[in-house]
Design a protein around this ligand. Structure first.
Ligand code: ADP
Ligand code: MG
Length: 418
């Protein structure tokens, strides 16, 4: 008994293990099919080595991968499993084929409906959710079975309780592992991003400082020269062009300086209200032009130290991206700033074009832009500013549906340096 149980647990651990070992870095579309294949193999093995609880009654853990895949992937992902499950069940033959078909069809129809709600939970929530769903489906399964078996077996309900407990334990185990893998991947990505940012901000800040001085000097001399009376109008035009281009170079240098450390002259201790309002005001014409409504909900009272200019620029970048994501069909840019225990939480939500998983991963890479006129520096600066206040940002995006940026900044900081 115990051997079969462990064997079944091993079958279910196998896809998780393979995924961690071989595919952890690229959980993209292609690998989704590999994951489905692995889950199918696990499912077949579970069915091939069931436990015989008592003469005539057999059960296995096949619905665990089925329910988990249905919750994470919805109809599209679980459909192949549905085919595999029933195909293999036909192969095995014997009694109960129709019950199995009926039951798996019910799960196939009902469980993916819960997928959306499931994905909205946090890691712990998802573990509990999957356990609750497995509990309900298995309880329902045994309830239906009871009509056939109750008279046949002396201790039907005792055995069912046992089976249910096993299901719960195994689901909790597998789900915790899956969630841990997901969280590890995310943590590593955040870490990589932070490292990248650190190198860039160190380098750009020093270079930008160095370049700024010669630019200022050149600017001054060119201006003096353009005041001269001996130059021809044509020459004067050359000077105008030069000054204009120089202005652009200075702008770029200033943008790069924004990545650097906060400037002590700009530091304030406030609750972000002024910055949010300011950005809302200056972007409202741009929003109107793109048929976008900006809606702000502000309920934060806790204060923190930050560089006013950087924070303003950070919001400009985020709001602008939101508006630009909606420029085809218009929409609403929702900004919500609230306080939670020891944290300020800023949510910036648009219902624009959204991004794929791969695109979200690219965010914050220098020069990554999908826009014709884009610079791909906006998000880099956003990440840098949030890093400066020791905040965290998560991005939740769906292609065609929209994007939500969730920023949380701790208000109580022990390690402040400046
Ligand atoms: P830019 O706006 O100049 O392209 P950013 O660094 O601000 O550069 O953004 C990089 C890319 O990230 C954008 O080109 C866009 O593809 C994507 N992006 C950023 N924010 C959003 C959003 N709210 N919705 C959809 N895509 C976004
Ligand atoms: Mg931008």
């Amino acid at each position: 008994m115990i051997e079969t149980l462990l064997l079944n647990v091993l079958f279910l651990l196998f896809p998780v293990l393979i995924a961690v070992i071989f595919f952890e870095n690229r959980l993209t579309n292609i690998d989704k099919y590999i994951l489905i294949t692995l889950a199918s193999i696990a499912l077949i093995f579970c069915m091939a080595f069931p436990f015989a609880l008592e003469i005539g009654f057999i059960f296995d853990l096949r619905y665990i991968p089925f329910v988990i895949v249905a919750l994470y992937g919805g109809y599209k992902m679980v459909f192949p499993l549905y085919i595999v499950l029933n195909g293999y069940r036909m192969l095995i033959g014997g009694e109960g084929i129709y019950q199995s078909l009926l039951f798996s069809t019910i799960i196939f129809i009902v469980v993916p409906l819960l997928s959306k709600k499931f994905m909205q939970q946090d890691a712990k929530g998802r573990v509990v959710y999957a356990m609750a769903v497995t509990f309900s489906t298995m309880a329902f399964y045994f309830f239906v079975l009871s009509f056939n078996y109750e008279q046949l077996m002396s201790d039907f309900w005792g055995l069912m309780t046992y089976a249910l407990v096993i299901h719960m334990i195994v689901v909790a185990l597998i789900m915790s592992l899956i969630e841990k893998v997901i969280s590890n991947v995310k943590t590593r990505e955040m870490y990589l991003r932070a490292e990248r940012l650190k190198d860039i901000s160190d380098l750009t800040a020093s270079i930008a400082h160095e370049i700024r001085n010669p630019l200022t000097v050149t600017n001054g001399f060119l201006q003096l020269l353009s005041g001269s009376k001996t130059i021809t109008p044509e020459e004067k035009q050359y000077l105008t062009f030069s000054l204009k281009e120089l202005g652009r170079a200075e702008q770029i240098v200033s943008d790069f300086l924004a990545f650097s450390k906060p400037q002590s002259a700009n530091m304030v201790y406030a609750n972000l209200k002024d910055e949010i309002e300011y950005v809302e005001n200056i972007l409202s014409p741009y929003a109107k032009l793109n048929k976008v409504m900006i809606q702000v909900r502000f309920s934060n009272k806790s204060k923190l130290h930050y560089d006013k200019n950087q924070m303003t620029q950070c919001f400009i970048n985020l709001f602008k991206n939101g508006i630009e994501a909606m420029r085809e069909h218009g929409g609403t840019l929702l900004i919500d700033v609230s306080e939670q225990k020891k944290e300020i939480v800023i949510r910036i939500q648009d219902n624009g074009q959204g991004m794929t998983y791969e695109e979200v991963r690219q965010l914050g890479k220098p020069y990554y832009s999908t826009k014709k006129e884009g610079t791909g520096l906006g998000m880099l600066m956003v990440y840098s500013t949030i890093r400066n206040v020791k905040g965290k940002m998560t991005v939740d995006s769906e292609l065609g549906k929209g994007t939500t940026f969730l920023i949380s900044i701790p208000t109580e900081r022990k390690h402040r340096q400046n």
